[in-house]
Design a protein around this ligand. Structure first.
Ligand code: ADP
Ligand code: MG
Length: 733
């Protein structure tokens, strides 16, 4: 042990008693490498004095956490026995609880415990309760020292008082690292850590009534009471959200400062106008409002960064197509990036259909191409060449668009669909493609981001802190209502009724989807496989019908063929995995059957259901659940929500409430720093405050250059380190 002060960005091995083995367990089990990592491993809860049990209430064989005052120690040496060749040092303490009850604690070969836990020490002991002779004891428990009983005072009363002075933090533990061990490490770290410098100015803390950073970090781990714990949390949540908003908005300002917008404003009498005239329907009010807003962005002096949100079927594609044509009207190109091949295919087809009246891929028409990883090498070479020469106007594609070698002559508009599946950095990357074409080109394309399913406002403001938001809050007329039913195994007879119903519907010219969670069944995961279900339906259930199959492991050709057959009505039933989750549009499909529905998330179910009700008549969604695995409460809550409402925004809120943003907002998915404490739905007010605050701050100091903002700058860059490659690029470039 050294007396060097502990530093936040040093490895945990700087801490007393942390050797390579323990450091390895911290790294492997909890992803903790530095002291800072350790101190941001926040308690997942707190044990209140009231939760700590008395030895009189526990039985041998149970785990327990007991708090008490060490009375005395006895040590003895146990001679070698059997296979054990060496003697054992056995130390046993008697510990008295506030109730006056006494229990024993034993340690083997840990003599130092007697000095760590001298008589008068109050500590929490956590471990398995054993019976030894007539007494209950804890053998080799985890220990956290809570304090000392002051001499002369009544020991029991003092212990009682200590118990009430301090909450015991409970940490997420891992193999070989109990919560109490983490407690002890954190105590050691905090004991050696000089006061933490605050990155926020005092004036702001006063204004917002926040405690300083040092108090917050200590208070979250060692709160004497709930008020302190709460104040600490408030401050740390603020830090997480403020640095996030500041980072996102700062990056946006830098991009804006570095890039000038292109004038992609709508041209009267151009192709975009032509599209609207050629539509077989009138745009909804919401679509018109969205196009007006987007049109202003397109014409504006700065590149557009807009998020277009709308429920499934609200008609985002038309809006996107319109924006893309605006670029073409200005002699530029547009790209649409989507997360899956099936969706790329679908969009390519939809765009081609929508634009058909304007002339697609004909002499003097609009050139539309598709680029995915299954595009053949020669096709790819041709397309890349024509993209670079400017012959291709619109390109639809997957991640393949991000590859090296994809260059545009003059990229004007970028649309990213189903954005929540792409990382922020990927969004930025596609944008950067435009600039990469001409070295030193100071202009940047307009970017429109679309989400597949609505995301809650709280999450939109957080996740897309750098985007303006448009919501399509109106569905096109003529939408058929969708009846959703949940069928559990106790209603087995309903399966054959459904099969009869599908026959009737098909006879009336309608079609059905059957979605399975897996491509093939396996022993490892219970649930239906599309391959087996396809064979069963084709051979046993619907021998008189054509049943097609589509899943991700098929070749692009087989996938295309299956989709084409279903679209054309040559196949009336389509068995698939979730590859049809987004975007697929077959109006005659009126039945969506989802097998093992408990295996899907809310937004997935909502997306799948959105494949029906598209104009072919009254529609049905049938959720089979609990057939291959038992339904837990969360699953039941999800399925019930989906069965009771078709409002995507409402479902998004339920989803967020059930899952928490941990999963919706994972580091890997979003490319953003972790939110460890913030819960955007509960902390919506803080999301809004920090968003506004960040904006005001950057209005005054767009590049965080004022000396007074130096600590903010440092903190944001530190938090984004490695998370947003765009930041690193900006800093060096
Ligand atoms: P999403 O927002 O889910 O991407 P789409 O763009 O796929 O929705 O549109 C769903 C369906 O609604 C498509 O078949 C599209 O042609 C149709 N549609 C879009 N806008 C309108 C409208 N204003 N009136 C009628 N139908 C529309
Ligand atoms: Mg869509």
């Amino acid at each position: 042990m050294t007396d060097r002060p502990v530093r936040l960005d040093r490895p945990v091995t700087d801490l007393p008693g942390v050797g390579p083995a323990l450091a390895g367990r911290l790294a492997d089990g909890l992803d903790i490498a530095t002291v800072r990592d350790l101190l941001t491993h926040y308690p997942r809860g707190y044990q209140d004095a009231g939760d700590v049990v008395d030895i009189a209430e526990v039985r041998a064989g149970e785990p327990a956490t007991l708090i008490g005052e060490v009375l005395d120690w006895q040590t003895r040496r146990v001679p070698p026995k059997g296979a054990r060749k060496r003697p054992l040092d056995l130390a046993e303490a008697r510990v008295r609880q506030a109730s006056g009850n006494v229990f024993g604690v034993t340690f083997f070969n840990q003599r130092w415990r007697a000095s760590q836990l001298a008589p008068g020490t109050v500590a929490a002991f956590s471990g398995q309760v054993k019976r030894f002779r007539d007494r209950l004891q804890l053998a080799s428990p985890d220990v956290q020292v809570l304090g000392q009983v002051t001499s002369g005072a009544d020991a029991a009363a003092a212990a009682e008082q200590l118990r009430h002075q301090r909450l015991l933090s409970v940490y997420r533990a891992t193999d070989g690292l109990a919560s109490l061990k983490i407690n002890q490490l954190i105590d050691d770290a905090l004991a050696g850590l000089p006061p933490i410098e605050d990155w926020l100015p005092e004036r702001l803390l006063d204004e917002l009534d926040l405690v300083d950073l040092d108090a917050a970090v200590r208070g979250i781990h060692q709160p004497p009471d709930h008020a302190t714990r709460q104040a600490a949390r408030d401050r740390l949540v603020f830090d997480e959200l403020f640095s996030l908003q500041l980072g996102l908005q700062w990056r946006r300002r830098r991009l804006e400062a570095a890039t000038m917008g292109l004038d992609n404003g709508p041209v009267t009498g151009g192709l975009a106008d032509g599209l609207l005239l050629a539509l077989p329907f009138a745009p909804t009010g919401a679509q018109t409002r969205a196009m007006t807003q987007i049109g202003e962005d397109l014409a504006g002096p700065r590149p557009m960064h807009r998020l277009l949100q709308g429920d499934v079927g609200s008609g985002k594609t038309v809006v996107a197509a319109w924006a893309m044509l605006c670029a073409v009207d200005r002699g530029r190109q547009a790209a649409l990036m989507v997360p899956t091949e099936v969706l790329a295919d679908q969009h390519h087809r939809t765009l081609s259909d929508l634009l058909a009246p304007l002339g697609v891929n004909v002499l003097d028409g609009i050139r539309v191409e598709l680029l995915t990883s299954s595009t053949t090498t020669s096709e790819r070479r041709r397309i890349l060449g024509e993209l670079l020469s400017g012959q291709v106007d619109l390109i639809v594609g997957t991640h393949a668009l991000l590859e090296e070698g994809v260059r545009f002559a003059d990229l004007g508009v970028v649309v990213v669909d189903e954005q929540h599946r792409f990382g922020v950095s990927q969004r930025v990357k596609l944008k950067d493609k435009a600039a990469a074409t001409v070295a030193g080109d100071p202009t940047g394309p307009d970017v429109l981001v679309m989400t597949a399913t609505p995301i809650p406002r709280s999450l939109a403001l957080t996740l897309y802190g750098d985007l303006d938001v448009t919501v399509l809050d109106e569905l096109p007329p003529g939408r058929e209502p969708i009846t959703t039913q949940l069928i559990t195994p106790d209603q087995a007879h309903r399966r054959s009724k459904l099969e009869d119903f599908i026959r009737t519907e098909v006879a009336a010219g309608r079609r059905a989807y059957v979605v399975c969670p897996f491509v093939e069944e396996s022993a490892a995961l219970p649930g239906r496989g599309a391959v087996e279900e396809h064979a069963r339906l084709r051979d046993e259930v619907f021998p008189e019908l054509q049943v097609a199959l589509v899943h991700g492991r098929l070749s692009a050709r087989d996938k295309d063929a299956a989709m084409a057959a279903f679209r054309a009505g040559e196949a009336q039933v389509l068995v698939s995995t979730t590859v049809i989750e987004v975007g697929v549009d077959v109006p005659e499909a009126t039945i969506m059957v989802i097998e093992d529905a408990e295996r899907f998330g809310i937004s997935q179910l909502h997306q799948l259901r959105g494949r029906v009700g598209r104009g072919g008549g009254r529609s049905f969604c049938v959720l089979f659940a609990g057939w291959s695995s038992a339904l837990n409460d969360d699953a039941l809550e999800r399925l019930t929500a989906v069965a009771t409402t078709t409002d995507g925004f409402e479902l998004a809120d339920v989803d967020l409430a059930i899952r928490g943003e941990g999963q919706l907002f994972g580091k890997a998915q979003s490319g953003l720093p972790d939110l460890k404490l913030a819960r955007v739905q509960d902390d919506l007010a803080v999301v809004q405050t920090t968003r506004t605050l960040a904006r005001q701050l950057l209005d005054d100091d767009p590049d965080l250059e004022h000396p007074g903002n130096a600590t903010l700058r440092t903190e944001v860059l530190r938090r984004y380190e490695g998370g947003l490659d765009a930041f690193a690029a900006l800093e060096t470039g």
